[in-house]
Design a protein. Sequence first.
Length: 277
Amino acid sequence: MSLPAGQPVATGKVWFVGAGPGAADLLTVRAIRVLARADVVLHDALLTDAVLEWAPAADLIAVGKRCDGASAEQAWIDRALVDAARRHAVVVRLKGGDPTVFGRLDEEIDALEAAGIDWEIVPGITAAGAAAAAAGHSLTRRGVARRVDIVTPRIGRGEPGHEGDASGGWADGLSPSGTVVLYMAGRVAGRCARTLIARGFSPDTPAVAVRAASWPDQATERTTLAAMARGGLAVDGRPIVLLVGRAVAERRALDAVRRQFEGDRLIAAEPTPVVVG
Ligand SMILES: C[S@@+](CC[C@H](N)C(=O)[O-])C[C@H]1O[C@@H](n2cnc3c(N)ncnc32)[C@H](O)[C@@H]1O
């Protein structure tokens, strides 16, 4: 891989831009405007060509980083960003979803700061939101789920525990009173389900697996923790997000939970007569 030649500039600026989950019209207006001005775009592997068309004038550099981690060396990417910013005014580091979610953003920011290069983040639609939209569910729901946890069981290469974290420490603090959104968990869905059950989640907790949200091959599969604990999930290399919790129950079951809640609330909130005078 080599960088395209450019006239050296004092220093350019690097924009960390969220590419969204895949569909070319799920980027922000700001992202599209920055891409339109980009001289160079260093992009992850898991992006549609249609998204890259928002940067018609830019040199495109695939840095080969897939969402599941197979990648160009991070150190190479860090160096390439610094180098690009020394040659070009507008450098875009285009990351899938939102750059701040499992995006290894800090390593790249650290490299830029060490080199005195200016940077800015343009947020994107993270896979959790895209998956919720695909499944037709809210992640929060009154009386059902008042928190959302975005979590991954995956430990990156070089991190402590990478060789096999059987402790289920990733599940610390998760609660059945919320919605758990699991990233990078497709291949280990069975183990994740068993961990959650062992930590107090009911085996019949509903789950929806959303594969390739917003892509033409998007697919959703409705399941439960018990079913996943038994059989895992069929995976085929496409990205998967798992939504787990009562907020993603089938509508009829969800309505029953909500009616129950509203009933309780009505009783609890029985108005106290106000006596005037
Ligand atoms: C390294 S993380 C990057 C997440 C990304 N920064 C985001 O905000 O969505 C990659 C994981 O995100 C999830 N993911 C990303 N895009 C997805 C999509 N279109 N559909 C389902 N899951 C997706 C998968 O769990 C995948 O393994």
